[in-house]
Design a protein around this ligand. Sequence first.
Ligand SMILES: C[S@@+](CC[C@H](N)C(=O)[O-])C[C@H]1O[C@@H](n2cnc3c(N)ncnc32)[C@H](O)[C@@H]1O
Length: 248
Amino acid sequence: MTAQPRGLSFGERAEEYDRWRPSYPAAALDWLSPRAPASVVEIGAGTGRLTALLLARGLEVDAVEPDPRMRAVLARNNPGARCHAGDSTALPVPDGSVDAVLVADAWHWFDPGATMEEVRRVLGPGGWLGLVWNVVAEPVEPWERALAGAPDMYDRETKGGPEGVRERLPLAAPDELDFAQFDWVWELTPEQRAANLATTSMAIAMAPTEREAWLESARAELQAVCDAQGRSSMPIRHRASCTRWTPA
Ligand SMILES: C[S@@+](CC[C@H](N)C(=O)[O-])C[C@H]1O[C@@H](n2cnc3c(N)ncnc32)[C@H](O)[C@@H]1O
């Protein structure tokens, strides 16, 4: 049996993914998406965490998702979107036909050069590519530093900040890029933290016993913090890290 690429492994946990991945803050959407009436392509739409927010803003959405298990949840939850099987390098819309191409927590799985060429093809005049990653913010409080020692949801260095994102956009001239970050807080119990981590590609790639051990250590770590603070959950600070590429 051929191993599937990690970027296409989320479908193994499609329902859990939909339940335990966070949404995106309104301020990030205000910055990233065009105002209605407008049409957008969303690539790597997954189960539709971003898609639902775009539809709620009155945008016309073509959602592209290669994994049939993710796409089934996407279509079920978002009947207002046109859902397509497909890859980031072959978008199912005509040349110059959309106002924006948007990607949430997925760009790092794509072929960046070929996808940027394809994005350039489908964007209309003045259109842009908008990227967002939900990352756990740098630790500030001592209890946050204690948690930061554990394997984390996301790679802050390469996904979150402008430096890492610039490297992921090889065809962009520096003056074509804009960056913005929006902080938000997700209150999580230890069990919820473990449920969220179980949806990461890292957890999905592990052998079952290794995964259980990892998730239990993450759960116990937050439990220890909760016990020390006399709380049942803790406010985990997150950041929606956004980038816009507006090709000249
Ligand atoms: C981490 S999930 C993000 C899903 C969704 N955007 C969200 O915000 O929850 C990454 C998604 O990208 C999809 N994906 C991976 N490689 C892709 C590719 N080459 N083209 C399009 N989508 C891809 C995966 O199937 C998966 O659904």
